[in-house]
Design a protein. Structure first.
Length: 267
């Protein structure tokens, strides 16, 4: 059984003592972790765990608002010009506790799913090949990522996932009278009050959830394990009851709580 874990569910697997207990008194996270260690469950998480949720909540407005494009033009001869465009952000190093969480997940054999590819966004460089799930052949990778990107677009058209953050950034830019072409990211650093900064925090969480679902679908994973039902979102959420039903009925995405997954792996 292949399972995608969202952040809260992943925490239960890494630190099962914090997980809720089943009818027999055993923590659900302990049961699922044992199934992973026995090879009966293959676990995954989305790379947004690092690229989005790895940004401390209090820093999210400033870090994402610092996103900018950098270009370099070089010429090797009179007939050749090369333009290299990269994305820069003012990021701090990952919190040590967060780094330890990633290392613990990797030590259990969990691997990351690639999130949707977007212009103006950063990617993780998996130098030693131990972070991402194996890509298989080039054709398999391209087919998989086509599905990831298509689902992300479908979620955005529904006004969910990253679309909530985009709308918020554009809203702040318009409010402050910014008319020249500007990356929507840069509007997020214009959050002025604590309330507006909390909106950015929630928008980033929704973005991470939307991309996690898109990656899960594109990779064809069996179950999406999550305790998140969008209760903390101030708007509709990709993980609320209505949108879970839409994902299941339209795309066959199957959800499970940690308790439900624990029951499945102990049958």
């Amino acid at each position: 059984m292949r399972v995608t874990f969202d952040t809260n569910a992943l925490n239960d697997v890494i630190s099962p003592e914090t997980s809720q207990r089943g009818a027999n008194g055993t923590a659900n996270g302990t049961k699922v972790r044992a199934a992973i260690e026995a090879g009966r469950v293959q676990g995954f998480f989305c790379e947004t765990l690092v690229t989005l949720e790895g940004i401390r909540r209090r820093d999210r407005s400033d870090v994402l608002g610092s996103t900018r494009l950098h270009s370099e033009i070089t010429s090797t001869d009179r007939n050749t010009i090369a333009i290299n465009i990269s994305v820069l952000q003012d990021r701090k190093p990952l919190d040590p506790e967060f780094t330890n969480k990633i290392q613990a997940a990797k030590a259990l054999g969990l691997r990351a799913l690639r999130s949707p590819a977007r212009m103006g966004w950063i990617r993780i460089n998996d130098e030693d090949g131990t972070f991402f799930a194996p890509d298989g052949s080039t054709t398999e990778l391209l087919d998989r990522m086509d599905k990831v990107n298509e689902m992300a677009t479908t979620i955005a058209v529904r006004g969910l996932g990253q679309a909530i953050g985009v709308a918020l950034g554009l809203q702040f830019l318009a409010r402050d009278g910014i008319s020249q072409p500007t990356l929507w990211f840069q509007g997020l650093r214009r959050a002025k009050s604590n309330g507006e900064r909390q909106k950015v925090v929630r928008a980033v969480a929704e973005w991470a959830d939307g991309d996690s679902v898109a990656a899960h679908y594109g990779y064809g994973i069996d179950l999406f394990c999550s305790e998140d039902f969008g209760k903390n979102a101030s708007t509709a959420s990709i993980l609320d009851d209505d949108n879970r039903a839409w994902l299941t009925n339209t795309f066959g995405v199957q959800f499970a709580t940690m308790a439900q997954l624990a029951d499945l792996v102990t049958v």
